[in-house]
Design a protein around this ligand. Sequence first.
Ligand SMILES: C[S@@+](CC[C@H](N)C(=O)[O-])C[C@H]1O[C@@H](n2cnc3c(N)ncnc32)[C@H](O)[C@@H]1O
Length: 199
Amino acid sequence: MSKIVNPKEGYNLYADNYKKDYRKLESFDNGVFFDFFPEKACVSVELGVGDGRVSDSIKKISDRFIGIDVSPKMLKNCIKSHGNLELVCADLDFSIPLKENSVDFAVAYFLFVHIKDAKGFIEEVNRILKKGGVFLFNLIHQKKPPVLKAGKQKFKIKSYYHIPSHIEEYLDYFWFDWEREDVLDGKFWVSKIYRAVKT
Ligand SMILES: C[S@@+](CC[C@H](N)C(=O)[O-])C[C@H]1O[C@@H](n2cnc3c(N)ncnc32)[C@H](O)[C@@H]1O
């Protein structure tokens, strides 16, 4: 049986294998996520930046880019692949270590599944965004975490399945003006992309 580990331990263990999953991650929406990027942003933050798989795309449109992640090993690999980025190591469940009204574009791509307190997280994103700032994120249809392998170890990373209607209630609760794009595989959704603007 595989053990369940927290995201910090899990992504530290899995960091060197993460690149092998790029194709699988890309297959969730085949690039649709990027269609929702603003043309330009002054300050952008990627919450759960990982090893920087999409950081270049965000950096390209931003005057300043900040990446935050709980796993030091993922951040180390991010620097290895992308050079000297502005990175912060922090646990984003419960608080985001940035000033209020300081961010124009906040991205959380494949992160929600690891966030326990979704409402508290959305409240924090609302706090750090400037008025008119954009919060772009996805939800994936993953009810159980996959078994991952690193060397001889098999493990699952602690995950939470957030019901989309609950997330939408939280967006409404904090007065976000939001839209959603469902990415389907046949009749079923595999990914939901949300673009939420702070009002
Ligand atoms: C599936 S990866 C996504 C990485 C990147 N956004 C991408 O699209 O490739 C999830 C990332 O979120 C980070 N993460 C998970 N839980 C976190 C938390 N509570 N606080 C900060 N980062 C977290 C993990 O360490 C991991 O790097």
